[in-house]
Design a protein around this ligand. Structure first.
Ligand SMILES: Cc1cc2nc3c(=O)[nH]c(=O)nc-3n(C[C@H](O)[C@H](O)[C@H](O)COP(=O)(O)O)c2cc1C
Length: 456
């Protein structure tokens, strides 16, 4: 939700940093802590500025992390786009642009409008852009009496304030739950003078009408379902903007979300209860994005082992065979070259794979390495049986196994050996024929996500 500005105290700024956002809009931020430390990107809500997070940024830096707070477009020191693009597309593309420029995948913290932009950016990306997501009093379809009240207040002051005292009154009305006192001095740097000498907030009032939270609710819900990283939903205990029920509904959409309520805080959680906000954020980071690497020991959870194995970047293949009842095919990234003489390759198939009996009896199989354009095929062959061969062009190869047309490379094999190994079967094939396409880029898989090659 747009519009909630609040009283701020001036405090030492971090190191200046800027990013090129969507459409060339310059986004201005501050960086705190060691540049090489794991990064937390903090996005304020509508009407707020990056300084809303200074308290948290200092706490993060003290805890050995790097914090980057950025003004949203149309806010603070960031550009105010001439075309007044404040829709979810523009805002989420800004977040994607920042994340790409930051590099190593940060944990993203977004409050209110910043949270919705972060949710769309992270949830709609095919590549993993973040390592964790914290939504602060943000939920799809954010509305209610409080939203109406805030909008009304913003409209009431659409022509600005005659003096700082009037602005202070408005700020207190907008942020009634703030615990730290804030006075006229602190407010001054949140205000600018317009041409007529009236005081206005340092954010573009057109952004209030530019973003319709209710209209994007379905899109945000779909984004939430797509997110696999750890999520924290933080809510102000006194917030009327985001209800406890809205958080509960949202939590159910994520694969892995926890929720925490900050007692006494209203919608502007980070400034209403700064110490409690910092503590909840740091506790989540310590648990879900620890500074020390995660460790696996035999017998502990296989999820950690899976994550450790996911650090090995691979290509993606579709392994196929022809059975009496037709072709079978399975997406697999466990491919390995074994021997040149004799020419042997292997793939590991799950012992519970419904296609395994066909692979065990077919006498041969093919391994199709996928190129970047074949991501749909990778998805299809990891999905329902009926959507596999019907979704891609394929033919029966010279040695009897199905091959997918135009793959990056296809290897037709005769089964050389099969070895049961734990919950998988190692299938070794003797290569009878191989063909490859020298110009295309591979489809890559790393840490549970599809990737592409990057060249400088
Ligand atoms: C990128 C990717 C890599 C995969 N790698 C393997 C693999 O190496 N071995 C395997 O058995 N399943 C792997 N799977 C899972 C199978 O493709 C998936 O479970 C498939 O539905 C199994 O087919 P089935 O229904 O015939 O058993 C992978 C899935 C994806 C998306």
């Amino acid at each position: 939700m747009n519009g909630a500005s609040f009283i701020e105290r001036p405090s030492a700024a971090g190191e200046a940093i800027s990013f090129e956002g969507f459409g060339g809009v310059r986004l201005v931020g501050e960086s705190w802590g060691d540049r090489d430390a794991p990064t937390v990107l903090l996005l304020p809500g509508g009407g707020q500025s990056k300084s809303a997070y200074r308290h948290a940024a200092r706490a993060l830096a003290d805890a050995g992390r790097r914090a980057i707070c950025v003004d949203l477009r149309g806010h603070g020191e960031s550009d105010w786009p001439t075309d007044a693009r404040y829709d979810l597309d523009a805002l989420s593309k800004d977040v994607v642009a920042i994340l790409r420029q930051v590099g190593a995948r940060p944990v993203v913290v977004g409050a209110s409008l910043g949270g919705m932009a972060a949710l769309a950016a992270v949830g709609e990306s095919e590549v993993e852009l973040a390592s964790g997501l914290v939504l602060v009093d943000a939920a799809p379809g954010i509305q209610g009496e409080e939203a109406t009240r805030v909008r009304a207040l913003i409209q009431r002051y659409a022509s600005g304030f005659s003096d700082v005292g009037e602005a202070l009154e408005a700020a207190r009305a907008l942020s009634p739950h703030r615990s730290r006192g804030g006075g006229a001095d602190g407010l001054a740097h949140q205000l600018r003078s317009d041409d007529g000498g009236r005081l206005r907030w340092k954010w573009d009032e057109r952004s209030v009408s530019g973003f319709q939270a209710v209209a994007v609710a379905e899109r945000l819900e779909a984004a939430a379902r797509n997110i696999r990283i750890a999520v924290l939903l933080m809510r102000g205990g006194e917030s009327n903007m985001v209800t406890a029920e809205a958080v509960e509904r949202l939590q159910a959409l994520f694969h892995d979300a926890e929720a925490v309520e900050i007692p006494g805080a209203g919608h502007l959680v980070a400034s209403d209860r700064a110490d409690e906000f910092d503590a909840a954020l740091l506790a989540f980071l310590e648990r879900r994005a620890p500074l020390t690497p995660s460790e696996y020991h035999e017998g502990s959870d296989s999820r950690t082992l899976r994550d450790a194995l996911g650090c090995f970047a691979t290509g993606v293949t579709v392994v196929t065979a022809m059975g009496d009842d037709g072709p079978v095919g399975v997406t697999a990234n466990s491919f390995t070259a074994v021997s040149l003489d004799p020419p042997l390759i292997l793939v590991c198939l799950g012992a519970r794979s419904s296609s395994l009996p066909t692979f065990q009896t077919a006498g041969g199989f093919a391994i199709n390495m996928l190129h970047i354009g074949q991501q749909p095929a990778s998805k299809a062959f990891a999905g329902p049986q009926e959507s596999r061969f019907s979704s891609v062009p394929w033919r029966v190869g010279r040695h009897g196994a199905p091959t997918l047309d135009d793959s990056l490379a296809s290897f037709e094999c005769e089964t050389f050996s099969m070895q049961e190994a734990g919950d998988h079967v190692v299938l070794i094939g003797r290569v009878k024929a191989a063909k490859f396409e020298p110009r295309r880029d591979p489809l890559l898989f790393f840490r549970g996500k599809y990737r592409r090659l990057h060249f400088n």
